[in-house]
Structures are given as C-alpha cells and as structure tokens.
Design a protein around this ligand. Structure first.
Ligand SMILES: Nc1nc2c(c(=O)[nH]1)N[C@H]1C(S)=C(S)[C@@H](COP(=O)(O)O)O[C@H]1N2
Ligand SMILES: [Mo]
Length: 161
C-alpha cells in the first residue's frame, strides 16, 4: 500500500512527481490542513494545500492552467491556476488512513469557497473525486465537466448527489 503511487504531477514543472500516501503525509506541516471541516462543513478528513504540491514539483512560471484528472473515472476539470492557487486542496486522509472511495478517495480535490455548479470556471463540479493526475499547462487542458443542465442533472443522478 505504502509504495502505491496515488498522484502524478506533470507538465509545466521542473520536477515531475509520483506521490504515494506517505509522500503526501510527509509534505511540510505548513501545507497540511488537519481538519477540512473548517473550510467545508460537509467534509471530514485531512488535506494538503495545492501550493505545497506546486512547490514540491517546482511549478514553472509558464503554467497558466491546472487540470485535475480522474483517469480512473474519466472526469477532468481544467481551470486557471491563479484562480485556485491559494484555495485548492487535496483531501487524502482520514486520521492515519487513506481517504475512502465513498468520500472521493484516495485523493479528492476541494476548493475553498467554490461557486455553485456551472456559475463559474471554479465551481463545485471542479471538486474532482478519485484524482490520480494533476497537469500544469500553458493552454487550457482537457475538461469534460457537464456543460448543459441536462447532462449535469444526469451526472448528479448517477453520482447520487
Ligand atoms: N470523478 C468525479 N468527480 C466529480 C464528479 C464526477 O462525476 N466524477 N462530479 C462533480 C460534480 S458535478 C459535483 S457538483 C461534485 C459533487 O461532489 P459531492 O458528491 O461530494 O457532493 O463532484 C464533482 N466531482
Ligand atoms: Mo456539479
């Protein structure tokens, strides 16, 4: 388990990273949020700030877009990096255990003060569950969040939201 790679960070970075649960837990405490309830009362567990991951991977100044990929569930969101740089988190732990699948684990993206589904690029839909890859890029990356109300409603039904 401990050697399983959970998250890859790639693209406009000087150091591509393949991170295990232990790697995430070892990120400097300054970037760890022990209890995400302070940011979203609906969620429990611990998270690491996106900025901590960007430092680790030595993000290049050329990176304009952040694409959060769940390759495993084929759900992807691409948003301007500047819009989430100081409020993006990766939820990855419940106490000393990995985040459960039921909570979107093992790794789930969470934005502080996200807006309602569809109301902006940085909306609730961008809270990607089952994240396995984060891409930094100059141009906007792949995004298959539902674009119209009907497909969005369908997705929510399927997801049980
Ligand atoms: N992998 C994955 N992540 C996803 C989705 C999805 O279908 N697959 N749905 C998104 C949408 S549309 C919303 S509104 C939120 C809902 O999060 P919740 O189920 O925790 O309330 O998850 C987002 N993350
Ligand atoms: Mo959504």
């Amino acid at each position: 388990m401990n050697s399983t790679v959970l998250l890859t960070i790639e693209g406009e970075v000087d150091k591509q990273c393949k991170l295990t649960w232990n790697d995430l837990a070892a990120i400097d405490p300054q970037w760890q949020m022990d209890d995400v309830r302070q940011m979203d009362p609906k969620r429990t567990g611990g998270a690491v700030a996106l900025e901590g991951l960007l430092l680790l991977s030595k993000v290049k100044p050329s990176a304009e877009y952040l694409t959060i990929h769940s390759d495993v569930s084929d759900f992807h969101a691409s948003i301007p990096l500047a819009s989430v740089r100081d409020r993006g988190y990766l939820l990855y732990r419940q106490e000393d255990r990995p985040l459960e699948t039921a909570a979107g684990g093992p790794v789930r993206f969470l934005i502080r003060d996200f807006s309602a589904c569809h109301s902006s690029e940085v909306d609730e839909c961008a809270n990607v569950k089952f994240v396995d890859r984060i891409g930094l890029s100059i141009e906007r990356g792949f995004d298959n969040r539902p674009v119209d109300d009907m497909s969005h409603e369908e997705l929510h039904q399927r997801e049980g939201n």
